[in-house]
Design a protein around this ligand. Structure first.
Ligand code: FE2
Length: 290
């Protein structure tokens, strides 16, 4: 059976079926890459992947990025430093085996506080709680396209500070001293609207709301503007909420999407293994045709 690509929502996401990620042909991979550039989020159900399989599939997209520094530092399965564990599970000594606990993870783009954030991230589901823990994805291309012109004008030519103090679970990254001053906080400046390096499609580039700041405005003006922009951007019709099953692999384009996670019961287990693909270039500003 040939590989099938079925869009999940009009704005974002497609399911790729009839494919085993352990044994992809070059032609199948080319189809996956094309679908990824078009739909931004790809879902592959029913996979059976070891960490070696996950790494081999990930490396087809490019060089891997080391895992982010989280609340407990960097946590990987033994012998797999390029795999990062997202989990609330505690080991036999009571220490967390992964990051982000069981709480909500707020809307964000992975590691946009870096000068060159990863191009892509993927999550592979090993253990899933009976309820909760859904991951939602938001098309930032749809968000930009739907943004009122008055808001686009207020962002035009400006950069946003992407703060790197807190991770998406609200935890301070290990070794970082928190500061609420956007000029002092660790992080990077990126254009508010960026163009996709392959397709050229513009996307709003917000990263995270907390400690975010638009250059050239006072703190109060920036906060007021960001509240309006975030409210306009995070509309349900731009998003896809994924209910996980064991064996799901979800790959997302980190340049054109944001994601968030619902909380779940801390007494239940959720174990995901994640990899990320190193960015090939810093986000570049989208310049509208005159
Ligand atoms: Fe994330």
């Amino acid at each position: 059976m040939p590989v099938a690509v079925t869009p999940i929502t009009p704005a974002v996401g497609a399911e790729v079926s009839n494919v085993d990620l352990r044994s992809l042909t070059d032609a199948e991979f080319a189809q996956i890459e094309q679908a990824w550039n078009r739909h931004a989020v790809l879902l592959f159900r029913g996979q059976t992947l070891s960490d070696d399989d996950l790494l081999a599939f990930s490396r087809r997209f490019g060089e891997l990025d080391p895992p982010p520094n989280q609340e407990h530092g960097r946590q990987s399965p033994p012998g797999y430093p390029d795999v990062y564990v997202v989990s609330n599970v505690l080991d036999e000594k009571g220490a967390p085996i992964g990051a982000l606990g069981s709480g909500e993870a707020v809307w964000h783009t992975d590691m946009s506080y870096a000068d060159v954030p990863p191009d892509a991230s993927m999550l592979y589901a090993l253990e899933i709680p009976p309820s909760g823990g859904n991951t939602s994805f938001l098309s930032m291309q749809a968000a930009w396209a739907g943004l009122p012109e008055a808001l686009k004008a207020r962002l035009k030519g400006r950069r946003i500070k992407h703060d790197g103090t807190y991770n998406s679970g609200g935890f301070v990254r290990k070794g970082v001293t928190p500061s609420d001053d956007p000029h002092k906080a660790p992080g990077s400046w990126h254009p508010a609207a960026i163009s996709h390096p392959v397709t050229g499609v513009p996307a709003l580039y917000l990263g995270r709301r907390r400690n975010s700041y638009v250059e050239g405005y006072s703190q109060a003006e920036s906060d007021a503007l960001l509240e309006e922009v975030w409210a306009a951007a995070t509309r349900p019709e731009y998003s896809y909420e994924h209910r996980w099953r064991v064996g799901d692999l979800v790959l997302w384009d980190n340049r054109s999407t944001m994601h968030r996670r619902d909380p779940f019961d801390e007494a239940t287990r959720r174990v995901m293994h994640r990899t990320q693909i190193k960015g090939t270039r810093a986000p570049r500003a989208y310049v509208a045709a005159a």
